[in-house]
Ligand binder design. Structure first.
Ligand code: ATP
Ligand code: MG
Length: 382
């Protein structure tokens, strides 16, 4: 490598092309040499710049420019990110959350509407869609419930028809044979009564009483069978249920007192109904007796009457252990009994009487007691 002394100024001038930078090492330092020859005078202007110094200068100028550019770029990117987050990512994720919530069945979920731009319009449309979905869903659910209710109502009606058909068949059969059986029974009862009064039969009088009681029981059963017939004659009159209850309950109260149980009445003001007194007495008797038979000592039976939705309700509630599930399934069907001496006709008769009065019986039962409700349609005029 040549030093400036070695190459001399004229040489240096020769090495550099006119108008171009030439990199040279002068004094062991990298230098940039620029020669410009004047076309007019032929003079040469020579510029020698230390390359390191030039690079330093350039760095001095460029570093703040780079830093400024970097900061500006960062600021621009950050602004773009923040704006995108606020105006695009947040509304989109809000909508996504809404869609997920809807998909998971949360029809109450609504998204924030935010700015009045496309996302705001989309959010409003989403909320509108969610409201419509909720309304439609509610309607579908109501329709489903209605269908289920109709099905169970239909089943209940079918069950009632089947039960009444059964009762009617038994009632008609009973009517067919009752006449034939009752006549000889009346004759036998008459002779037994006559014989029991004879002096020489007095040592056996209790046998006669027993035979007469058994005949009476058989006669009662025939009467109950006859009450099951659909077309049994009824003697309908406008009467007040409360009067019938007030008249019959003292009679049963005596039975209740013997077994240390009570019957209480809670009778509200109710309109007169077109009813057969004897038959309604039968319902009260059968239901109250069942209650008494079910309860332990100190148990209470409450007989209530009240009006409810165009119906007069008679409620007979006891504090017994409730009706057994098996029995409840077949309630009102003849010969269903859990009692040794029961015929299983009591409730069947009640259902049959209720049907003749266009009344409905329902039951609610649990371990703390049973309530029977007999619901009579209120007369339009009352
Ligand atoms: N209040 C009640 N609490 C608990 N079980 C009851 C009640 N009422 C009815 N039952 C049940 O229903 C069955 C049927 O009653 P139903 O009155 O038809 O016949 P029964 O009482 O057995 O005989 P009866 O013909 O003498 O009345 C009863 O054997 C009993 O198991
Ligand atoms: Mg009974």
């Amino acid at each position: 490598m040549k030093t400036p002394q070695e190459i001399g100024l004229p040489e240096l001038l020769d090495l550099a092309d006119n108008g171009k930078f030439k990199q040279m090492t002068i004094d062991g330092k990298k230098q940039l040499v620029f020669v410009n020859v004047s076309d007019i005078s032929g003079w040469k202007a020579i510029a020698i710049i230390d390359e390191m110094e030039l690079t330093g200068r350039i760095e001095e100028i460029m570093t703040p420019i780079f830093i400024t550019c970097f900061i500006m770029l960062t600021l621009i990117l950050a602004s773009i990110f923040l704006l995108t987050k606020k105006y695009v990512i947040e509304p989109v994720s809000g909508l996504t959350e809404g869609v997920m919530a809807l998909a998971n069945g949360d029809l109450e979920y609504r998204v924030a509407i935010g700015k009045n731009n496309e996302f705001g319009i989309l959010a409003a449309a989403f909320n509108d869609m969610a409201s419509k979905l909720k309304a439609n869903f509610k309607e579908i659910r109501q329709q489903n419930q209605m269908i289920l209710w109709n099905i169970s109502k239909q089943k209940e009606i079918e069950k009632q028809i089947a039960r009444l058909d059964q009762l009617n068949i038994i009632g008609e059969m009973a009517a067919g044979i009752a006449h034939e059986v009752r006549n000889p029974m009346t004759t036998v009862r008459g002779f037994l009564q006559m014989l029991s009064k004879k002096e020489y039969h007095s040592p056996h009088s209790h046998y006669y009483s027993l035979m007469i009681e058994e005949l009476d029981r058989a006669n009662e059963i025939i009467t109950e069978f006859l009450s099951l017939a659909k077309n049994k004659a009824v003697n309908l009159r406008y009467l007040n249920l409360n009067h019938i209850i007030n008249a019959i309950v003292p009679l049963i109260q005596a039975d209740a007192t013997v077994s240390n149980k009570v019957i209480t009445l809670e009778l509200s003001e109710i309109p007169d109904l077109l009813i057969d007194e004897k038959e309604i007495r039968q319902i009260i008797l059968n239901m109250v007796r069942n209650g008494l038979e079910a309860m332990q000592e100190k148990g209470e039976i409450k007989v209530r009457t009240y009006c409810e939705a165009n119906q007069v309700v008679m409620e007979i509630a006891d504090q017994g252990p409730g009706i057994k599930a098996e029995m409840l399934k077949n309630i009102g069907i003849p010969f269903q009994t859990t009692k040794d001496s029961g015929t299983g006709l009591g409730l069947a008769v009640c259902y049959s009487i209720a049907a003749r009065h266009n009344a409905k019986i329902s039951v609610s039962t649990g371990v703390t007691g049973t309530q029977f409700f007999v619901k009579f349609e209120m007369d339009q005029d009352s």
